[in-house]
Design a protein around this ligand. Sequence first.
Ligand SMILES: CC(C)(COP(=O)(O)OP(=O)(O)OC[C@H]1O[C@@H](n2cnc3c(N)ncnc32)[C@H](O)[C@@H]1OP(=O)(O)O)[C@@H](O)C(=O)NCCC(=O)NCCS
Length: 156
Amino acid sequence: MIRPATPADSDAVVALGDETGMFKPSEIVALREVLDEFFDYNHLDNHHAFVLEENGAILGFVYYGPTPMTDRTWHLWWIVVRKDQQGKGVGGRLLKFVEGDLRELRNARLLLIETGSQPHYEMTRQFYRKHGYEQNAVVTDYYADGDSMVVFRKAL
Ligand SMILES: CC(C)(COP(=O)(O)OP(=O)(O)OC[C@H]1O[C@@H](n2cnc3c(N)ncnc32)[C@H](O)[C@@H]1OP(=O)(O)O)[C@@H](O)C(=O)NCCC(=O)NCCS
Protein backbone atom coordinates (compact mmCIF):
# COMPACT_ATOMS: atom_id res chain seq x y z
CA MET A 1 0.00 0.00 0.00
CA ILE A 2 1.01 3.58 -0.58
CA ARG A 3 0.42 5.76 2.48
CA PRO A 4 1.54 9.16 3.82
CA ALA A 5 4.97 9.06 5.46
CA THR A 6 5.10 9.62 9.22
CA PRO A 7 8.00 10.76 11.44
CA ALA A 8 8.43 7.13 12.54
CA ASP A 9 9.37 6.25 8.93
CA SER A 10 12.30 8.69 8.75
CA ASP A 11 15.07 6.33 9.87
CA ALA A 12 13.92 3.59 7.49
CA VAL A 13 13.65 6.01 4.57
CA VAL A 14 17.12 7.45 5.17
CA ALA A 15 18.61 3.95 5.54
CA LEU A 16 16.85 2.82 2.38
CA GLY A 17 18.26 5.80 0.46
CA ASP A 18 21.76 5.20 1.80
CA GLU A 19 21.69 1.49 0.99
CA THR A 20 20.96 2.15 -2.69
CA GLY A 21 24.57 3.34 -3.00
CA MET A 22 23.38 5.96 -5.49
CA PHE A 23 23.59 9.04 -3.30
CA LYS A 24 26.55 11.03 -2.03
CA PRO A 25 26.90 11.39 1.76
CA SER A 26 25.83 15.03 1.47
CA GLU A 27 22.66 13.92 -0.32
CA ILE A 28 21.81 11.49 2.47
CA VAL A 29 22.27 14.31 4.99
CA ALA A 30 19.96 16.41 2.81
CA LEU A 31 17.37 13.60 2.76
CA ARG A 32 17.29 13.58 6.57
CA GLU A 33 16.85 17.37 6.57
CA VAL A 34 14.10 17.15 3.97
CA LEU A 35 12.19 14.72 6.16
CA ASP A 36 12.73 16.71 9.36
CA GLU A 37 11.63 19.94 7.69
CA PHE A 38 8.68 18.20 6.06
CA PHE A 39 7.32 16.99 9.38
CA ASP A 40 8.13 20.31 11.09
CA TYR A 41 6.54 22.72 8.65
CA ASN A 42 6.78 21.89 4.94
CA HIS A 43 3.73 19.62 5.11
CA LEU A 44 1.83 22.86 5.69
CA ASP A 45 3.24 24.25 2.44
CA ASN A 46 1.64 21.65 0.14
CA HIS A 47 4.65 19.29 0.16
CA HIS A 48 3.84 15.58 0.11
CA ALA A 49 5.74 12.50 1.27
CA PHE A 50 4.51 8.94 0.73
CA VAL A 51 5.94 5.50 1.32
CA LEU A 52 5.09 2.20 -0.32
CA GLU A 53 4.84 -0.39 2.43
CA GLU A 54 4.37 -4.12 2.16
CA ASN A 55 4.15 -6.55 5.09
CA GLY A 56 5.31 -3.81 7.45
CA ALA A 57 8.45 -2.99 5.44
CA ILE A 58 9.04 0.25 3.56
CA LEU A 59 10.03 -0.50 -0.03
CA GLY A 60 9.97 2.97 -1.54
CA PHE A 61 9.58 6.68 -0.89
CA VAL A 62 8.50 9.75 -2.87
CA TYR A 63 8.59 13.42 -2.02
CA TYR A 64 7.15 16.22 -4.13
CA GLY A 65 5.83 19.73 -3.95
CA PRO A 66 4.87 22.80 -5.95
CA THR A 67 7.66 24.78 -7.57
CA PRO A 68 7.67 28.33 -6.15
CA MET A 69 6.82 31.21 -8.47
CA THR A 70 5.31 29.01 -11.20
CA ASP A 71 1.80 28.35 -12.44
CA ARG A 72 1.06 24.80 -11.19
CA THR A 73 4.50 23.37 -11.94
CA TRP A 74 5.59 20.72 -9.47
CA HIS A 75 8.89 19.01 -8.68
CA LEU A 76 9.38 15.39 -7.76
CA TRP A 77 12.30 15.90 -5.42
CA TRP A 78 12.87 12.32 -4.30
CA ILE A 79 11.97 8.89 -5.55
CA VAL A 80 13.85 5.95 -4.14
CA VAL A 81 13.26 2.21 -3.99
CA ARG A 82 14.96 -0.25 -1.65
CA LYS A 83 17.91 -1.76 -3.46
CA ASP A 84 16.74 -5.37 -3.27
CA GLN A 85 13.31 -4.35 -4.62
CA GLN A 86 14.44 -2.35 -7.64
CA GLY A 87 13.28 -3.43 -11.07
CA LYS A 88 10.07 -5.00 -9.72
CA GLY A 89 7.65 -2.18 -10.42
CA VAL A 90 7.76 -0.38 -7.07
CA GLY A 91 9.13 2.86 -8.57
CA GLY A 92 6.57 2.72 -11.35
CA ARG A 93 3.72 2.34 -8.86
CA LEU A 94 5.01 5.31 -6.86
CA LEU A 95 5.45 7.50 -9.94
CA LYS A 96 1.94 6.69 -11.20
CA PHE A 97 0.59 7.45 -7.75
CA VAL A 98 2.28 10.87 -7.74
CA GLU A 99 1.00 11.70 -11.22
CA GLY A 100 -2.54 10.65 -10.29
CA ASP A 101 -2.45 12.64 -7.09
CA LEU A 102 -1.18 15.73 -8.92
CA ARG A 103 -3.74 15.44 -11.72
CA GLU A 104 -6.78 14.53 -9.70
CA LEU A 105 -6.32 16.41 -6.44
CA ARG A 106 -3.93 19.27 -7.09
CA ASN A 107 -4.68 20.57 -10.57
CA ALA A 108 -0.99 20.34 -11.45
CA ARG A 109 0.08 21.33 -14.96
CA LEU A 110 3.69 20.19 -15.25
CA LEU A 111 5.95 17.79 -13.35
CA LEU A 112 9.73 18.20 -13.41
CA ILE A 113 12.33 15.73 -12.22
CA GLU A 114 16.01 16.53 -11.90
CA THR A 115 18.66 13.85 -11.97
CA GLY A 116 22.35 13.36 -12.59
CA SER A 117 24.14 12.95 -15.90
CA GLN A 118 26.66 10.38 -14.74
CA PRO A 119 26.67 6.84 -16.14
CA HIS A 120 25.40 5.24 -12.93
CA TYR A 121 22.18 7.26 -13.36
CA GLU A 122 21.48 5.86 -16.84
CA MET A 123 18.98 3.29 -15.48
CA THR A 124 17.26 6.08 -13.58
CA ARG A 125 17.04 8.25 -16.70
CA GLN A 126 15.71 5.22 -18.58
CA PHE A 127 13.06 4.80 -15.90
CA TYR A 128 11.80 8.36 -16.49
CA ARG A 129 11.81 7.94 -20.28
CA LYS A 130 9.79 4.72 -19.96
CA HIS A 131 7.21 6.65 -17.99
CA GLY A 132 6.79 9.28 -20.68
CA TYR A 133 9.17 11.93 -19.42
CA GLU A 134 10.99 14.02 -21.97
CA GLN A 135 14.58 15.08 -21.37
CA ASN A 136 14.22 18.82 -21.57
CA ALA A 137 17.42 20.45 -20.32
CA VAL A 138 20.95 19.75 -19.21
CA VAL A 139 22.69 22.18 -16.89
CA THR A 140 26.33 21.43 -17.49
CA ASP A 141 28.55 20.87 -14.43
CA TYR A 142 25.62 21.74 -12.13
CA TYR A 143 26.35 19.35 -9.23
CA ALA A 144 30.12 19.41 -9.79
CA ASP A 145 32.54 19.53 -12.70
CA GLY A 146 31.59 16.64 -14.94
CA ASP A 147 28.35 16.06 -13.05
CA SER A 148 25.52 17.82 -14.84
CA MET A 149 21.84 18.14 -14.00
CA VAL A 150 19.40 16.50 -16.41
CA VAL A 151 15.86 17.85 -16.25
CA PHE A 152 12.95 15.67 -17.29
CA ARG A 153 9.45 17.02 -17.80
CA LYS A 154 5.95 15.67 -18.26
CA ALA A 155 2.84 17.71 -18.98
CA LEU A 156 0.09 16.44 -16.74
C1 LIG B 1 15.01 4.73 -10.26
C2 LIG B 1 14.09 3.93 -9.36
C3 LIG B 1 13.25 4.86 -8.52
C4 LIG B 1 13.15 3.09 -10.27
O1 LIG B 1 12.31 2.29 -9.46
P1 LIG B 1 12.21 0.70 -9.74
O2 LIG B 1 11.23 0.15 -8.81
O3 LIG B 1 13.60 0.15 -9.68
O4 LIG B 1 11.71 0.69 -11.24
P2 LIG B 1 10.51 -0.19 -11.88
O5 LIG B 1 10.70 -1.61 -11.48
O6 LIG B 1 9.21 0.44 -11.60
O7 LIG B 1 10.82 0.00 -13.43
C5 LIG B 1 11.85 -0.72 -14.02
C6 LIG B 1 12.46 0.10 -15.12
O8 LIG B 1 13.17 1.20 -14.54
C7 LIG B 1 14.51 1.19 -14.99
N1 LIG B 1 15.38 0.99 -13.82
C8 LIG B 1 15.93 2.01 -13.14
N2 LIG B 1 16.68 1.55 -12.14
C9 LIG B 1 16.59 0.21 -12.16
C10 LIG B 1 17.16 -0.81 -11.36
N3 LIG B 1 17.99 -0.54 -10.35
N4 LIG B 1 16.86 -2.08 -11.64
C11 LIG B 1 16.06 -2.37 -12.67
N5 LIG B 1 15.48 -1.44 -13.48
C12 LIG B 1 15.75 -0.16 -13.21
C13 LIG B 1 14.64 0.18 -16.08
O9 LIG B 1 14.50 0.89 -17.29
C14 LIG B 1 13.47 -0.74 -15.87
O10 LIG B 1 12.89 -1.11 -17.09
P3 LIG B 1 12.97 -2.63 -17.61
O11 LIG B 1 12.32 -3.45 -16.55
O12 LIG B 1 12.23 -2.60 -18.89
O13 LIG B 1 14.43 -2.90 -17.75
C15 LIG B 1 14.87 2.95 -8.45
O14 LIG B 1 15.57 1.99 -9.24
C16 LIG B 1 15.85 3.62 -7.50
O15 LIG B 1 15.50 3.94 -6.38
N6 LIG B 1 17.10 3.82 -7.95
C17 LIG B 1 18.13 4.38 -7.10
C18 LIG B 1 17.82 5.77 -6.64
C19 LIG B 1 17.53 6.74 -7.76
O16 LIG B 1 18.17 6.75 -8.80
N7 LIG B 1 16.53 7.60 -7.51
C20 LIG B 1 16.18 8.67 -8.40
C21 LIG B 1 17.12 9.83 -8.18
S1 LIG B 1 16.79 11.14 -9.33
